[in-house]
Ligand binder design. Structure first.
Ligand code: THU
Length: 135
């Protein structure tokens, strides 16, 4: 299958957002990961009556990626759509989790168009797995 375009990734993230479980915030978010091997993995936010247990769309997608046991766990692109916010950038916790798996780009929708950001711009000086080697 051909590698999806950024617009296609956003369309898939939007579709995923429609599966969100958001009875408290009413703020549906969808995320799609494109791995370096070309796998596409969607996620949506899942809230809880114990509010702090909410899982964001991006982290839902990351846990799905890991659970799928795909060999290639490197994230090329994370595309994020908030049905009530455009652009919808990943929160700080999700930036950290995306960084763990080498995320290279984040795509959001700005003025109706896909906009691609290098991950270092999204999370400057991020702490990641390789930093543990320097101890
Ligand atoms: N949310 C995400 O799913 N991803 C983000 O990066 C930002 C926030 C969700 C969490 C919560 O369910 C709702 O948006 C409002 O914060």
């Amino acid at each position: 299958m051909a590698i999806p375009t950024d617009a296609e990734l956003l369309a898939m993230a939007q579709a995923a957002a429609h599966h969100a479980y958001v009875p408290y915030s009413h703020f549906p978010v969808g995320a799609v990961l494109l791995t370096e091997g070309g796998q596409v993995i969607p996620g949506c936010n899942v809230e809880n009556a114990s509010y702090g247990l909410t899982i964001c769309a991006e982290r839902t997608a990351v846990t799905r990626m890991v659970a799928r046991q795909i060999e290639d766990r490197r994230i090329e692109v994370a595309a994020v759509v908030g049905l009530k916010a455009s652009p919808c950038f990943p929160c700080g916790a999700c930036r950290q989790v995306l960084h763990e798996f080498g995320c290279r780009f984040v795509v959001v929708e700005e003025d109706g168009e896909p906009r691609r950001y290098p991950f270092a711009q999204i999370l400057p000086h991020g702490f990641g797995p390789s930093d543990l080697d320097n101890s």
